[in-house]
Design a protein around this ligand. Structure first.
Ligand code: GDP
Ligand code: MG
Length: 160
């Protein structure tokens, strides 16, 4: 079974993306950081591929769960063929985003950089900054409005 992990700092829309891709509202979406602490698995079917998506807790949250969330996310990534690294470039890159990027580089799995909350074409201007993370071409999506998901899945399939 192909496994793909969804990671990022809190509140960027990891669980919204997970729900959108599996087509059910299983993961809790909230404005509060730290809602997902354990890894949540969901089966997704895409062009005859069965993919297990893993929603993980918000990294570098700065709270008491930070270390255990990171440990669980790391185990998920060890199982994964690729990692979807979700960011919210409308808020700009934060220190936590750079910490996540460095951590992912050490883990060595293929990384797909995803700019979430690109709700309309006018938000495309936010994509350029994500090149600086060093993982190549970012994919702009909106989990809430279901934009960019085919382009994201094409990138995922390249890594299976
Ligand atoms: P997580 O902490 O990374 O799992 O983020 P959540 O999925 O819980 O979402 C955090 C907040 O961002 C919620 O208020 C969502 O409604 C909001 N959100 C998620 N995806 C989008 C999106 O594509 N566009 C906009 N505008 N808001 C989004
Ligand atoms: Mg979440």
């Amino acid at each position: 079974m192909h496994k793909v992990a969804i990671v990022g700092r809190p509140n960027v829309g990891k669980s919204s993306l997970f729900n959108r891709l599996i087509g059910r509202r299983e993961a809790v979406v909230a404005d509060l950081p730290g809602v997902t602490r354990d890894v949540k698995d969901g089966l997704m079917l895409y062009e005859n591929h069965r993919i297990v998506l893993m929603d993980t807790g918000g990294l570098w949250s700065g709270d008491e769960w930070e270390a255990s969330i990171r440990e669980k996310a790391e185990m998920a990534i060890e199982d994964a063929l690729a990692v979807i690294f979700v960011l919210d470039p409308r808020e700009g890159l934060t220190a936590a985003d750079y910490e996540v990027a460095d951590w992912l580089r050490r883990l060595g799995k293929p990384v797909i950089v995803v700019a979430n909350k690109i709700d309309s074409p006018k938000h495309d201007v936010y994509l350029a900054e994500l090149w600086g993370l060093g993982f190549g071409d970012p994919v702009g999506i909106s989990a809430e409005h279901a934009r960019g998901l085919d382009e994201l899945m094409e990138r995922v399939l390249q890594n299976l």
